[in-house]
Design a protein around this ligand. Structure first.
Ligand code: SF4
Ligand code: SF4
Length: 378
């Protein structure tokens, strides 16, 4: 039988992460730590012998979580708590909560109180990233995290363990950047749904499994010359998008995704950590250098300027802002970003999304109307 193409394997895995993780965990000695947010140093979790898995949950019905959360919590938080309370994350040995938005911080307390995973960690990241004291504090927090993990596993996590993890993750980021480069070179090469699956699998597959799959995918993408793409070229901006339906919608409208600024996308793999020198310092540097989302403040890196640059380089005709319902940090940021895009005459559309129950019909009407506007301005 012919071996399935890498993209087919990736799509199959992305369709059911839970089944994969339960079976992966079935082998003796394997441990999984869940985490929220791309500001978590996954390399540290890896170096301590765990598989780091990003918690992203999309549910249509929230019932158990509504006993603990206000109905105006963002749907990522509601949905994740619901999944955990229903026992669907039973493969986790613990969870890491980085200091980001208020919702994640309060979720950490509720999680610790009502769920009893063996390991629970609050990682105190600074909000202001540009000061010397922020870096000192961040390094101290990362060292405290390492000690917490060491206590839990009963062995030391050496600098060499950390350097090994940094190299492994840098390789994954390099491959993901290569895929993104191939995509923007010819947007018809990878349909948006495939792109979703590629990034989705990066969030839970062990890197030593994901990296060879990506290598195989890249070599298969290089086979033959895809026909030039003439449909609308769109760029996605926002926070988290774990809804494959959005990508499928773009595809059914004939659009292509030429770039994104999501933390379930480009912002996950954009920045490397140095494998040289003190690995804790390198992890801290990476977190400081990252383009900040609205939960962090770094006056040296203006998000709007970076975003505009990336949109222009991608050749996108328009930008879709995906705003997760009740995500206050991004809702506060949106008017400023929109103004910057208006000043540059770059068309944009705001779509509010939720974890479950997306109003796909209404979204499709708005997306098609937006695409028509873009095409009429060609
Ligand atoms: S938007 Fe910011 S705080 Fe929220 S998950 Fe992404 S990186 Fe973390
Ligand atoms: S989506 Fe927004 S509100 Fe929800 S956890 Fe991320 S930053 Fe916080």
């Amino acid at each position: 039988m012919e071996k399935p193409k890498a993209v087919e394997t990736i799509k199959k895995l992305a369709a059911d992460p839970s089944a994969y993780l339960k079976s992966w965990k079935g082998k003796p000695g394997r441990k999984i730590l869940g985490y929220f947010c791309t500001n978590t140093p996954e390399e540290m979790i890896q170096a301590a012998g765990f598989l780091p898995v990003r918690i992203l949950s999309s549910r249509d019905t929230i019932s158990l979580a509504s006993r603990h959360l206000q109905s105006y919590s963002c749907s990522l938080v509601q949905s994740s708590l619901e999944s955990a309370l229903r026992g669907e994350l039973s493969y986790l040995d613990g969870t890491v909560f980085p200091h980001t938005c208020d919702s994640i911080q309060r979720l950490s307390d509720i999680w610790a109180e009502n769920l009893h995973f063996a390991f629970h960690w609050d990682l105190g990241l600074p909000v202001k990233l540009h000061t010397e004291s922020a870096k000192t504090y961040l390094i101290a927090e990362l060292r405290r995290f390492r000690r917490g993990l060491e206590e839990f596993i009963g062995r030391a996590v050496s600098d060499d363990d950390l350097r090994g993890a940094i190299l492994l993750f840098n390789e994954n980021r390099r491959l993901l950047k290569e895929v993104a480069g191939l995509q923007s070179e010819n947007p018809g090469r990878i349909p948006p749904s495939d792109l979703y699956a590629i990034i989705k699998t990066a969030n839970f597959l062990p890197k030593d499994e994901h990296n060879p799959l990506l290598g195989e995918l890249i070599s298969q993408l290089g086979e033959g010359r895809p026909s030039p793409f003439s449909g609308p070229r769109l760029f996605l901006a926002g926070s988290v998008c774990d809804q494959p339906q959005i990508y499928a919608l773009m595809e059914s409208c004939g659009a292509s995704l030429v770039g994104d600024d999501l933390c379930t996308g480009w912002r996950y793999f954009a920045d490397d950590a140095s494998p040289e020198g003190d690995p804790i310092g390198a992890l801290a540097d990476r977190l400081i250098r990252k383009v900040p989302c609205p939960c962090k403040f770094n006056p040296g890196i203006d998000r709007a300027t970076r975003l505009l640059e990336r949109v222009k380089v991608s050749g996108a005709q328009g930008v879709i802002f995906l705003l997760l319902k009740f995500c206050d940090p991004h809702a506060f940021d949106y008017p400023y970003l929109k103004e910057k895009f208006d000043e540059e005459n770059i068309p944009s559309l705001l779509l509010e999304i939720e974890s479950g129950g997306l109003p796909l019909g209404a979204m499709e009407t708005r997306l098609r109307a937006f695409i028509e506007t873009l095409e009429s301005g060609k």
